[in-house]
Design a protein around this ligand. Structure first.
Ligand code: ADE
Ligand code: ZN
Length: 330
C-alpha cells in the first residue's frame, strides 16, 4: 500500500511554506545569517516539537521562521519542500505564506515574494510540480494591518490565487476580517480561511456568510453542528483536512479517533494535506500512510481524496485535466 501511495499522483491544498522549514535547513540558514538558535542541535529542535495546542505550535513556528531573511532564503525554503514533495509523488501544492510574520521582523514583502515566486516558477518549469499562491493574513493581528498589507501587495495581486486567514483561531472570529475579505473580493481574489480547527462550528458559518470563502481549511469541528454539516454537504465546499496536524496540536488525541471517517460518511468534499510538515511528523505521503494505519482505507478512497483536491486546486484548466488524467491512470 505505501508503494501505491508513493506513486499515486497527489495534490495538497493546505501547506504553510514556513511550516515546511526542516530543522536541518533552519540550522543552515541560521549559520548563513549569523543568527543564534535556541537549540544546540537538530535533535534538540525536533524534541521541542511537542505541542499542547495551536498556540504552543505557533510560538515555535514564528520563532523558527526568524532565520528567513533574504530572497535566497525564501527560495531555498520553498525549493527544499518542493523537491521533497515531488519525490513523494506530489504534483500540485496550494501554498500559504504569511507576509505579516516577515514584515514584522523587517523583511520586505518584495524579498518574500521574489524568493517564493522564483521557486514556484522553477518547480513548474523543471519539477513537474504546479504551485498555487495563497497570501494568508494573521487573525491574531489587527484587521487594519491586514488591509494595509493587502494594499501594499498591489504589485502581486495578479500573481495570487487567493487570500487566506490563519494563526490563532480562538477568540479571533472570521467577522473581524469582513472588510479585508470584501476588499479581496472586489479585487477579484478568491478567498479561503482556516475555520473549525480549534474554533467552533459557528466560525465555519461566519467564514461562509461573512467572508464568502470558497474553501474551509481544516473544518473538522463542523461535526458539532448538524446544520453546518448539511450546508457543507449541499454546497460541496472543500475541507482541507490535515490528519497529522490535528494529532500534533491535540485537536484529536489519536488518529484513530479522528473524525475523518465521519466526514466522509457525511458526504463532505474532503481533501488531505500536511499543513506544517516539518513540525507535525511528515509530508503528504506520511499523512496518507497514517490514514491507512488508522482507518484501513483502500486505494479507491485515496484516489477519491486526491480527485477532490485536483478538482479544486488553483491551476489552469489544462493542468487540472492533466492531473486528473494521471490520477485516473494510476
Ligand atoms: N499557521 C500555520 N499553521 C497553522 C495552523 N495549523 N492553524 C492556524 N494557523 C497556522
Ligand atoms: Zn493551516
Amino acid at each position: 500500500m505505501s508503494d501505491f501511495l508513493r506513486h499515486l499522483p497527489k495534490a495538497e491544498l493546505h501547506l504553510h511554506i514556513e511550516g515546511s522549514l526542516e530543522p536541518e535547513l533552519m540550522f543552515q540558514l541560521a549559520d548563513r545569517n549569523g543568527i543564534e538558535l535556541p537549540y544546540a542541535t537538530v535533535e534538540e529542535a525536533k524534541a521541542a516539537y511537542d505541542f499542547k495546542d495551536l498556540q504552543g505550535f505557533l510560538n515555535l513556528y514564528y520563532q523558527g521562521m526568524n532565520v528567513l531573511r533574504s530572497e535566497q532564503d525564501f527560495y531555498d525554503l520553498a525549493m527544499d519542500y518542493f523537491k521533497r514533495a515531488r519525490s513523494e509523488g506530489v504534483l500540485h501544492i496550494d501554498m500559504h505564506f504569511d507576509p505579516q510574520a516577515h514584515l514584522q521582523r523587517g523583511v520586505p514583502l518584495e524579498v518574500v515574494m521574489a524568493g517564493l515566486l522564483r521557486a514556484k516558477q522553477e518547480a513548474e518549469s523543471q519539477l513537474d510540480l504546479s504551485v498555487g499562491m495563497i497570501m494568508a493574513f494573521l487573525r491574531d493581528r489587527p484587521a487594519d494591518e491586514a488591509l494595509h498589507v493587502l494594499e501594499q501587495a498591489a504589485p502581486y495581486w495578479k500573481m495570487l490565487d487567493a487570500i487566506g486567514l490563519d494563526s490563532a483561531e480562538r477568540d479571533n472570529p472570521p467577522e473581524k476580517f469582513q472588510a479585508l475579505f470584501a476588499r479581496a473580493k472586489e479585487l477579484g481574489l478568491v478567498r479561503v480561511a482556516h475555520a473549525g480547527e480549534e474554533g467552533p462550528a459557528a466560525y465555519i458559518t461566519q467564514a461562509l456568510d461573512l467572508l464568502d470563502v470558497q474553501r474551509i481549511d481544516h473544518g473538522v469541528r463542523c461535526l458539532e453542528s448538524e446544520d453546518v454539516v448539511q450546508r457543507l454537504k449541499e454546497s460541496q465546499t472543500v475541507l482541507t483536512v490535515c490528519p497529522l496536524s490535528n494529532v500534533s496540536l491535540k485537536v484529536v488525541d489519536q488518529l484513530d479517533q479522528h473524525p475523518l471517517p465521519a466526514l466522509l460518511e457525511a458526504g463532505l468534499k474532503v481533501t488531505i494535506s500536511s499543513d506544517d510538515p516539518a513540525y507535525f511528523g511528515g509530508g503528504l505521503l506520511e499523512n496518507h500512510i497514517a490514514c491507512v494505519d488508522a482507518f484501513g482505507w483502500g486505494e479507491d478512497t485515496f484516489k477519491w481524496l486526491n480527485r477532490n483536491a485536483m478538482e479544486e486546486a488553483f491551476v489552469s484548466d489544462a493542468r487540472r485535466a492533466e492531473l486528473l488524467k494521471r490520477l485516473e491512470a494510476a
